[in-house]
Design a protein around this ligand. Structure first.
Ligand code: PLP
Length: 404
């Protein structure tokens, strides 16, 4: 097979949100009846159930009224908006972010991830990523012709930290890894790295002169008042070796505006801007104006959003724990659960398809987050509360039918 064919084969997008309908189910032998119920797509959050920050559309319209200047911003984003957001993020993270040198606005957090990875990986580079972690991480390393070095995270057994295997990380650095990428809070498990883990990552990166990219998309949605440690605020490593990625797509439901940001190393931000100039030129100009509503939510809005999600999380966990054989760690931040299934007599890929066809429930197979997670699935529980609960009841009924 040609290299380019092989490369794109690995990028399989059939489990990506909104694409599940493309899955072929003709070869699966279904058992039992269809279970009726409101369709629920757990592969992403529901922005109808949890609406965007109030006033965000008005900010977008303001952007349109600004006109050409807003349509054609600098490649790294409008200066005024960079200044506005850099100030808010400096306060949030406890990091000094210079809007001119250390900051870029991108099309989604995904855009930031692509640009950051594209700016630091060249052919054959060894790149350490956590397993399990966000599906795109592994695909990006492979796409940029790097070599994936997996670092395990024992999330199910650990309970006072994320469970990252720091010995493996150190061995990876010793073996020549110069880039480590991870999400914190972790997608798919919803765990937060402890201050000690973040400190150790910083110290190891400093010792082995490695760059760290941290995806903090969910770092505002913390349950039970948990604390969060920002890698960028650690004085243990050279700030030129850290890039932080964030965005307002999830907790704030602004996904449809396709906005993200990256801040940190001026050298990497400069490369990211050059790459952006040949990928998309800039993040959508009018959308950039919406970033003004980020971190400027009405009083109490964020607290309510968090408590609503916590209530859904608790109900879903109670359902899983009430059914024999499921194992799940309580989400500490973000909207994901990553339950481990009881033994089934179908593969994870088949289970996901069966669930969609027989119960109108869409989940993401664990194998998207690391090839070994063939007994787990991920759900985004940012959904209508009642619909989510009844969908999980249907999922559990399907598990009963296909249990080994
Ligand atoms: C950890 C993580 N990073 C990046 C993204 C992409 O987000 P965005 O919609 O901001 O592009 C997601 C979306 O699920 C995510 O969970």
């Amino acid at each position: 097979m040609s290299l380019i064919k092989e490369k794109f084969l690995k990028l399989g997008a059939e489990f990506a949100p909104g694409q599940e309908v493309r899955q072929d189910t003709s070869e699966i032998k279904l058992r039992g009846e269809k279970i009726p119920g409101t369709p629920v797509d757990f592969s992403h959050g529901d922005v109808d159930a949890f609406e965007p920050i109030p006033g965000s559309l008005d900010r977008f319209i303001d952007g349109v009224h600004v006109g050409g200047k807003q349509a054609y911003t600098e490649y790294r984003g409008s200066k005024l908006i960079r200044e506005n957001v850099a100030e808010k993020l400096s306060k949030f993270t406890g990091t000094t972010i210079n809007a001119e040198r250390n900051f870029i606005i991108t099309p989604g957090t995904q855009g930031a991830l692509f640009l950051a990875m594209g700016s630091v990986i060249s052919r054959g580079d060894k790149v350490a990523i956590v397993v399990p972690d966000y599906f795109a991480n592994r695909k990006l390393v492979e796409f940029f012709d790097g070599e994936v070095i997996p670092i395990e995270m024992d999330y199910l057994t650990a309970n006072t930290n994320a469970g990252l295997n720091l010995n493996q990380l150190e061995s990876a650095f010793k073996a020549g890894v110069k880039l480590f990428l991870f999400s914190n809070p972790n997608n798919p498990t919803g765990v937060i790295y402890s201050p000690e883990e973040i400190g150790s990552i910083a110290e190891l990166a400093q010792q082995y002169e490695a760059t760290v990219i941290v995806d903090q998309l969910y770092s505002r949605q913390l349950f039970e008042g948990r604390t969060y440690t920002h890698l960028s605020a650690q004085n243990l490593m050279d700030p030129e070796n850290v890039i932080t990625i964030m965005g307002p797509s999830k907790t704030e439901s602004l996904s449809g505006y396709r906005l993200g940001v990256a801040f940190g190393s001026s050298q990497i931000i400069e490369r990211m801007e050059k790459l952006q100039a040949i990928v998309s030129l800039r993040a959508a100009g009018y959308s950039q104006a919406v970033l003004k509503s980020w971190f400027d939510e009405p009083a109490g809005w964020m607290e309510k959003r968090i408590s609503d999600h916590q209530a859904i999380r608790d109900d879903l966990i109670a359902k899983f724990r009430g059914s024999e054989g499921f194992q799940v760690r309580v989400t500490e931040a973000g909207s994901y659960l990553f339950p481990k299934l009881p033994k089934l007599d179908v593969t994870i890929g088949e289970f996901v398809k069966i669930l969609r066809v027989q119960a109108n429930v869409t989940v993401t197979p664990g194998s998207e987050f690391g090839p070994q997670f063939t007994d787990s699935f991920r759900i985004n529980f940012s959904q209508d509360h009642q619909a989510a609960v009844t969908a999980i009841e249907r999922l559990i009924r399907i598990v009963e039918v296909y249990r080994k």
